[in-house]
Structure formats: C-alpha cells, structure tokens
Design a binder for this molecule. Sequence first.
Ligand SMILES: [Zn+2]
Length: 116
Amino acid sequence: MALPAAHPSQFFDEGIKLISYCPLCQSSCSPRETHVLGERDDSHLLHIRCGGCSNAILALVLVSSAGVSSVGLVTDLDHEEVERFRVAPSVSTDDVIEMHCLLEQEETLFSRLGVA
Ligand SMILES: [Zn+2]
C-alpha cells in the first residue's frame, strides 16, 4: 500500500476502515494500493485499489467532530489519470457538438485519426 509516510495515522486508521469494503467484489480485505489525491481542511480525496478484484474507487472522506464519513465512486481510472483529468480543461458544449458532427462524417473522422 502506497501511503505517504507523514500522514496523520488517526485519520487513516478510521478512514480506511470505513472504506475498506469493496462494493464490487464484496471483499473486506485490505486495499492493495491507496493514494491521497488531495486534502482540504478535513476533507481527503483518496484513490483506493481493491486487493481482491483490483478495481478502484475514488473516495471522499470527511472527518468532523461528529465522526468520519465517506462517499465512494467506482472508477476505471488509475490515480495518475485522475490527477491528469483534475487539471484538464472541462469538456464544453462546443466540444460535444464538434464530436457529434465528426462521428456523423465517417471519412473525416478516419482521416483526422490518420487511419484513412
Ligand atoms: Zn474488490
């Protein structure tokens, strides 16, 4: 498991216990790999790869005086891809329309992909 060495252990103990149950394979075994992708105040964004099925979840863990809670999202992205998409520009409406038009023009699509 790839944990940062200087991370507060109390948060990790409670946070990891809360999200160590894999929603895909129902495994309760330890995560194979965990990366902290971001932290702000008492919120922590984690990428956790399951030790049982190797699928990954993105988890937002909130630590407050009322306790620890988390929200998870199954993802096929690895932690480096999540980092890349976090800083990438958003997909605009124009991007979607351009892609739609491109998909309607098969020859143009293949020539732009360099396979025609
Ligand atoms: Zn799993």
